[in-house]
Design a protein around this ligand. Sequence first.
Ligand code: ATP
Ligand code: MG
Length: 341
Amino acid sequence: MTDRKRILTGIRPTGALHLGHYAGALENWVRLQHDYECYFLIADYQVSDYADDIPRVREAVWEVALDWLAVGLDPEGSAFVIESLVPEHAELATLLGWFLPVSMLERNPTLKAEMAAMENPEDGSTERKSVPVAFYTYPVMQVANILMPRAHLVPVGEDQLPHIELTRETARRFNRRFKEVFPEPEALVGRVPRLVGIDGNAKMSKSRGNTIDLKDDAETVARKVRAMYGGPPRAANEPGRCDENPIFLYLRAFDPDTGGLAELEREYETRGVPNKVLKDRLTKVLNDLLDPFRERRAYYQAHMRLVRDALASGSERMRRIARETMDMVHDALDLNYLEKY
Ligand code: ATP
Ligand code: MG
């Protein structure tokens, strides 16, 4: 046992991970993994919008674990957890739901936007769906995820902030009314709070298919960057505004040569730089970033048993803490009915 503070954070197993996950969240996880006791969750209870495609979820559990190993998370030091292997999450979500008014979900801006996108997809190719009950209550499940290991810090992308506010409110209510069980966790948003998609859309997201994946090979990255939206139409040598060209958002996010980039931005705004030049630079920057990830991923892909063991032992570690927390919760709520006689 250590007395380090705890991190809990997670990702839904709905597909391979992308640059948005990296810059918004994973980068912080890698940086903080040795300073905190970390629990990284594969949130497979929270995929109700993919319930018609469970094979995809099953596959994505492995993809997510491989991506975590690829970016350098160490499963010896940190616990890789499959949510449904710790069914205490479902119990805690049920109990915490007693104390959360529906109005707090109704006001949650992330949930509202996601439900609206499900019922009225913007792009014509996505099928309209009705919102499952479990989707409506997933923020409560997330509250239970964070409170289960009594976490102090939750490194996530910006879209998750309303859920963490909900968690803090729940912890306060519970502690005040019953017993001091839960620390009030802080959110930590990554260097790039919300990376745009390669189609110029506001968020790179698995569900939108506008991603560059961490496991994409060099040729795929080059092809995706070539096809990227490069701002409003502009002749090759016409000056433009960097802020209107998402390629610059990516370079700002990932180019380690900040001096060279500042120079390029000046040139773009004064004399103009063809998008081809920007795209070639970005392709190189991204492939340099992804190369070591690809190497580690290939190693683990050839040793899937190691991935399996990481998930099994991490889930077991979480289960022990979950039993501890549930004992505290039962005690605080005085639910140990059978102890009466
Ligand atoms: P989906 O579209 O299926 O919801 P997602 O890409 O949003 O998938 P999640 O599993 O919901 O992925 O999110 C995992 C974590 O990654 C969260 O902390 C989220 O904030 C962060 N994240 C996801 N996409 C981005 C992005 N484009 N920029 C910054 N952070 C992101
Ligand atoms: Mg999401």
